[in-house]
Design a protein around this ligand. Structure first.
Ligand code: ADP
Length: 392
């Protein structure tokens, strides 16, 4: 296994109308034996990054290292990596055991040894019962497991996977995720995994690089990208259901959000320490007082009208098993609330929305950078002012 490092990776494609910058100056390190996920929406440059790391694509500039070896100009076959793609490429005329053992055959490993190793890996992935079958006799999920077995049968320097779960049904995805996590932990593989699914990324990864428009927006642990998003993009992209974003104004110590006739005042928490954090401009240093405030649906709750921070109309309640996702109509658009209580939520009624005040994020409206977090209500305010005299 190896540590994988990319430095200022840039990839520009020539396209009919000019140039397409697919990857713009990416730098990151995946420690030896760790699992990194490149996460982001379609077209943000994840596959291109992976393909450059694999040597399937030549980067326009930048360097790629496996440990201390610079591999930037090496061919894919000289890089000693294994790959699994979304489309499963098993040899149809070979039994599964032969498919799994094939990478060892190519490397000249003696027959007994390669079949012994192939059976070991099949056992790890719990596909021993399938190895005498041909790929056409297997389901999609079984084939994908054989493909993973083939990828890990030898010990490559890294194991690269591009959307390997796409096409599997939901239940199977959940099972495959667990299996993959167990297998890569047991085998201590360095893994770089591409997905647009934040659920997969959160569950599998030691590190997540959240990408948008060819750039890495944030590189951190799953917990960091969820709890301490660098910016509005990461905050919106990571977390389900998507974070609520509201326009607000700040004087540096308080943020005011107008919800139609109602006003919510929020204190700015840790503005000073946030200002010291890298990549943060600091709330005091900004030229404009326009901000966006983000609250995750889990940080809001539905209460009786008049009892919350503001009132709105409960439009739709979608059961999600343990809890419900409430869609609330307000003058500033739809608000999503995850509510523990499944009962007593009556669609079409006027309700109060209560904020868990410690859990809001404040973003610079122009740059999108996170500039602070919210805190308790200011002492002089009960958090609600300008409420319409009657809430009918
Ligand atoms: P992702 O994996 O995040 O969906 P890609 O890395 O596949 O994104 O693509 C990033 C950008 O580069 C996209 O705009 C895509 O259209 C462009 N792109 C990818 N491959 C090529 C190519 N071979 N030729 C031209 N443009 C490409």
């Amino acid at each position: 296994m190896s540590e994988i490092r990319i430095e200022n990776l840039r990839k520009v494609y020539d396209v009919p109308n000019g140039k397409e910058v697919a990857v713009e100056g990416s730098t990151l390190t995946v420690p030896d034996g760790d699992f990194l996920t490149l996460l982001g929406p379609s077209g943000c440059g994840k596959s291109t990054t992976l393909r450059c790391i694999a040597g399937l694509e030549n980067q326009t500039s930048g360097n790629i290292y496996y440990d201390e070896d610079e591999v930037s100009d090496r061919l894919a076959q000289e890089r000693d990596i294994s790959m699994v793609f979304q489309s499963i490429a098993l040899y149809p005329h070979m039994k599964c055991i032969d498919n799994i053992a094939y990478p060892l055959k190519v490397r000249g490993v003696p027959k007994d040894e390669r079949y012994e190793r192939a059976r070991e890996v099949a056992a790890t992935l719990e596909v021993e019962g399938l190895v005498e079958k041909y790929p056409a006799e297997l389901s999609g999920g079984q084939r994908q497991r054989i493909a993973i077995a083939r990828a890990i049968v030898r010990e490559p320097r890294a194991f690269l996977m591009d959307e390997p779960m796409t096409g599997l049904d939901e239940k199977l995805k959940v099972r495959m995720r667990k299996e993959l996590k167990r297998v890569v932990e047991e085998t201590e593989q360095t893994v770089i995994y591409v997905t647009h699914s934040q659920e997969e990324a959160m569950m599998l990864s030691d590190w997540i690089a959240v990408m948008s428009d060819g750039e890495i927006e944030q590189y951190g642990t799953p917990n960091e990208v969820y709890r301490e998003p660098n910016n509005r993009f990461v905050a919106s992209f990571v977390g389900m259901p998507e974070m609520n974003m509201w326009m607000g104004e700040t004087d540096g110590s308080t943020v005011t959000v107008d919800i139609g006739e109602q006003t919510v005042d929020l204190t700015v928490r840790d503005a000073a320490s946030d200002a010291e954090r890298k990549d943060k401009s600091g709330i005091e240093e900004r030229s404009s007082d326009a901000v966006e405030v983000g609250f995750r649906p889990q940080a809001l709750s539905v209460v009786a009208a008049g009892d919350g921070d503001f009132d709105a109309d409960l439009d739709l309640v979608e059961p999600m098993g343990e809890n419900s996702l409430c869609y609330v109509d307000s003058p500033i658009g739809e608000i999503r609330v995850v509510e523990d209580a499944v009962e007593g939520l009556s669609e079409g009624s006027r309700v109060g929305i209560e904020l868990d005040r410690h859990k809001g994020y404040i973003f610079d409206e122009d740059t999108g950078s996170t500039i602070a977090r919210t805190g308790e209500a200011p002492p002089e305010s009960d958090g609600v002012s300008g409420r319409a005299a009657t809430d009918d």
